[in-house]
Design a protein. Structure first.
Length: 236
């Protein structure tokens, strides 16, 4: 049973990288697409904000000494590449997906137009939001919070490398425990890094819950949208 009608899925660029150290891993992107297709088949409207960290980040070592805004625009362009790869993988899987970009690159992708994005969702198409917020000094997490709020998503699903939010870094501290649920206020008080601060504040203000779960756990996305206790839920 689907617990939601409309969700915003945030996929980091690393989600497409698999075990590679750079770029897009074919098998990984195909697995992602089949997991998303399974959820879409439940009738859940799905919008995706895709990151770019597998190709370029404004704060990456490779950008050292660069003008930050220029580097960030490069990062946003990286998300456009990922979005196109994702759209094409959806096409091959028989799922219709549309890319909308926060930066105008008309020959390549259509621009972000909110009512059009909502119409695509109502038509059962997967919508991929590219180029983040369109502004330097932001992240695609913030784009996820922003677009999620704009389209009236009921939840932001943040797929990460860790299977939820822990009391401490589970890679460094063997005693770290995973929260099943945590409130926005508690997460702030405990200084837990769920998303970057701007994204987190926007979700909190818009009363938009966040579920953090692992990208590498097969079936995790399905369980996250069918209401099972997957990963960690951040609630009001
Ligand atoms: N970026 C930006 N504005 C945005 C979103 C992204 O400038 O609204 C740039 C920024 O340089 C960032 C890069 O794009 O480092 C890739 O995005 P992000 O780091 O969020 O990708 P992820 O970590 O999710 O792969």
């Amino acid at each position: 049973m689907a617990a939601y009608k409309r969700v915003l899925l945030k996929l980091s660029g690393e989600a497409l990288m698999g075990d590679d150290s750079y770029g897009i891993n074919r098998a990984t992107i195909e697995r992602m697409v089949s997991e998303v297709a399974e959820v879409a088949a439940l009738g859940i409207e799905l919008a995706i904000v895709i990151g770019g960290g597998n190709i370029f980040r404004g704060v990456a070592p490779g950008a050292t000494g660069m003008d930050r805004a220029t580097a960030d625009y490069m990062g946003m362009m990286a998300t456009v590449m990922n979005a196109l790869a994702l759209q094409d993988a959806f096409r091959r899987a028989g799922v219709t997906a549309r890319v909308q970009s926060a930066l105008n690159i008309e020959q390549v992708v259509e621009p972000y137009i909110r009512p059009k994005a909502i119409r695509y969702l109502e038509e059962g198409k997967v919508v991929i939001f590219a180029a983040g917020t369109g502004n330097p000094f932001f992240t695609t997490d913030t784009a996820a919070a922003l677009r999620g709020s704009e389209i009236g998503a009921e939840i932001v699903l943040k797929a990460t490398k860790v299977d939820g939010i822990y009391s401490a870094d589970p890679n460094k501290n063997p005693d770290a425990t995973r929260y099943e649920r945590i409130s926005f206020n508690e997460a702030i008080a405990k200084n837990l890094e769920v998303m970057d601060a701007t994204a987190f504040a926007l979700c909190r203000d818009q009363k938009l819950p966040i579920r953090v779960f692992s990208i590498n756990k097969p079936g995790a996305l399905y369980r996250a949208v069918t209401g099972d206790n997957e990963g960690t839920l951040v609630h009001m």
